[in-house]
Ligand binder design. Structure first.
Ligand code: SF4
Length: 627
């Protein structure tokens, strides 16, 4: 099978066994690769197990196009049952770890069981070993990666920090300072006492047609390079639209979603003055160099360094649009140097910076409302805008230290349930996953996408925010973000398309440069398979249905497709989206519309007929019957 390594690698940490299995022959046509294979394996092999038990599995899936040279085909997908949401967990990083896995001869790595002592899995082509990692336990991700790289020359790493070790349910997996951040999969590694994974592969991925691949790479590299948006991406990164989303659109949630744009960042600016959180201000001052994911020719990532002042010595890959929201506007912090420090602490300790920020902003609001006091917080006065207090709290969360660490280490849903007193009403999450940087009250399609997302509230499962904000993209035009009409089909198609991106491992930040129309020639050059756009979208839909069926089997249906109380009851108070919110009846209508577009039951469960039509008779029998 050209384009595939041909094998899955299974490493069991309970009995220290290593097995290799051939990819079943029907897999490429049915599931295409990467996340498609992983979703099927997870569905088949994982039923009703506690996410932190030895029975849970962590699956690492390089994208199908990884290590082929195709520009921005850089992603590695990590999949498991999420300990944070208890549904299908997915976290994605631009990581050379997936490239190394594939070049070592594996299309998937499946980690099973649980070690007694801390260990590292070391993959060096055919040689796979489980090695002692007692000396690495307790170390931050930068220290661990550096040590592993000194021991295993030219290896790629995926490691956890103290947060993962302490089973914080918002712990991430660090891939050389690119994070597979969401859904708490760092805690799955921690539960297995797996401090890290190291991979080195020396084979070349065999492709179907080298000449065709070369011309695909030349064509799309040129397209990416010359696209006008690329220049801005390279110069300012993912936060390039900071001002636009705040002032022009009014959907940058701030102060724990009490505001729809970050007032403090703008209200006192003189004419033409830039907000200090705007990369047009800070990128030229602090950027040391761009940092691409592997095979990316339009690097939005950047290394920034602070050389003076209180945070001198801070150097990190960031900040990103999402962290400028979660650790900036959301906490009312508008000092970019402080923000870099907070971002770095999250990265080094292995916390999902988005989830951590939303959990702290909830605690700040609870403190402000008198629902938490200094005693509950180990003496910390947790006020909006307080950087030092936030730093202290972040570390306590990662270490699960003191009352404050115990309260906040597991994300905002758990924290609000522990506190009670009505604090659940301002806990900003969907299915337990803290929401990203788009105020759903002023973006109804994005609100629906967040409610129904298989992994909980996020922006990348559907990637519909750009379409909503601009009003058009790809096959969509005339999209009205304030209207709840016609959102079901819009969200469904975006999800299917984004599933194709994850399966191929292509960066979603290139979606304005190549749409799905670019993919058939890439897939053909790499695998030899002729698949047109509709077949690719069908595979995206099939894989999405497997993930939804996984959730349905665990008991998650319509009731869980919901939004935070604040989004459903409190209109945006000021700014360009003033007055907008998602009325509960509107959400119900959008859910009906969406389930209908999907061919699911009113309860949001894939029906037997739909699953059979998608070529999933095995799942139809188990899940679809009666629907
Ligand atoms: S655009 Fe940014 S996130 Fe995407 S592959 Fe390039 S560097 Fe990575």
């Amino acid at each position: 099978m050209k384009g595939y390594a041909g094998k899955f690698l299974k490493v069991n940490l309970s009995d220290s066994t290593v097995r290799r299995e051939e990819i079943p022959k029907d897999f490429p046509k049915r599931f295409l690769g990467g996340m498609g294979f992983a979703s099927w394996v997870l569905y088949q092999e994982l039923k009703h197990f506690d996410p932190l038990s030895p029975e849970n599995k962590l699956i690492v899936a390089p994208g199908l196009l990884a290590a082929t040279g195709i520009p921005t085909a850089s992603k590695t997908v990590f999949i498991s049952r999420s300990p944070l949401t208890r549904v299908f967990g997915r976290a994605v990083a631009g990581a050379s770890f997936g490239f190394a896995l594939k070049k070592a001869g594996y299309d998937l790595l499946i980690v099973e069981g649980k070690s007694v002592e801390p260990v590292v899995i070391c993959i060096d082509d055919e040689k796979v070993e489980i090695e002692d990692a007692n000396d690495l336990w307790g170390k931050n991700v930068r220290e661990v990666a550096q040590t592993l790289k000194s021991r295993y020359d030219k290896a790629s790493t995926a490691v956890i920090g103290p947060a993962g070790e302490n089973l914080s349910l918002i712990a991430d997996i660090d891939c050389e300072e690119r994070q597979a951040a969401r859904t708490g999969l760092g805690a799955v590694m921690g539960s297995k006492k797996l401090k890290g994974m190291v991979a080195k592969g020396t084979s070349k991925v065999e492709v179907a047609d080298w000449d065709a691949l070369r011309s695909v790479i030349v064509k799309w590299s040129k397209n990416l390079r010359e696209h006008p948006a690329s220049k801005l991406d390279i110069k300012y990164g993912t936060a390039e639209f900071y001002d636009w989303i705040n002032r022009d659109k009014g959907v940058f949630p701030s102060r724990n979603w009490q505001q729809g744009y970050f007032h403090k960042s703008f209200d006192k600016l003189k004419e033409k003055e830039l907000s200090k959180l705007d990369p047009y201000y800070w990128a030229p001052i602090y950027t040391v160099r761009n940092r691409p994911c592997p095979n990316c020719t339009k690097p939005c990532g950047r290394i920034v360094r602070i050389t003076e002042g209180k945070y001198a010595g801070t150097e990190l890959d960031g900040p990103e649009f999402e962290t400028i929201y979660s650790l900036g506007g959301n906490l009312e912090i508008d000092d970019v140097e402080a923000l870099c420090k907070l971002h770095l602490v999250c990265d080094l300790y292995g916390l999902d910076a988005l989830s951590a920020g939303l959990t702290i902003s909830w605690a700040m609001e609870a403190f402000e409302k008198g629902l938490l006091n200094k005693e509950d917080l180990d003496g910390v006065e947790l006020q909006f805008g307080d950087v030092d207090a936030t730093l202290e709290v972040l570390k306590a969360m990662a270490l699960r230290k003191g009352k404050i660490g115990q309260l906040l280490a597991d994300g905002v849903k758990a924290a609000s349930e522990r506190l009670g007193k009505g604090s659940e009403k301002f806990a900003i999450h969907s299915k337990g996953l803290e929401l990203p940087a788009y105020d759903l009250r002023g973006m109804k399609g994005m609100a629906l996408a967040s409610a129904v997302s298989v992994r909980g509230g996020d922006h990348l499962t559907a990637g519909v925010y750009g379409t909503e904000l601009v009003g058009k993209w790809w096959r969509f035009s005339g999209v009205n973000r304030f209207s709840a009409e016609n959102k079901g089909f819009e969200v469904k198609i975006h999800q299917d398309l984004m599933a194709v991106y994850d399966i191929l491992g292509v960066c979603k930040f290139s979606r304005h440069m190549f749409y799905v129309e670019a993919f058939p020639e890439m897939v053909k050059a790499v695998t030899g398979m002729n698949m047109d756009v509709s077949e690719l979208l069908m595979i995206g839909e099939r894989v999405y249905n497997i993930q939804r069926a996984f959730n349905a089997r665990e008991g998650f249906g319509r009731k869980y497709d919901t939004l935070p109380y604040r989004v459903l009851t409190e209109p945006i108070p000021k700014g360009k989206s003033k007055g907008s919110y998602v009325k509960p009846k509107e959400l119900e209508r959008m859910l009906d519309d969406y389930y209908q577009a999907r061919g699911w039951s009113e309860d949001g469960v894939p029906t037997e007929a739909k699953l059979v039509a998608l070529g999933l008779p095995e799942i139809a029998e188990e899940i679809g019957a009666g629907h």
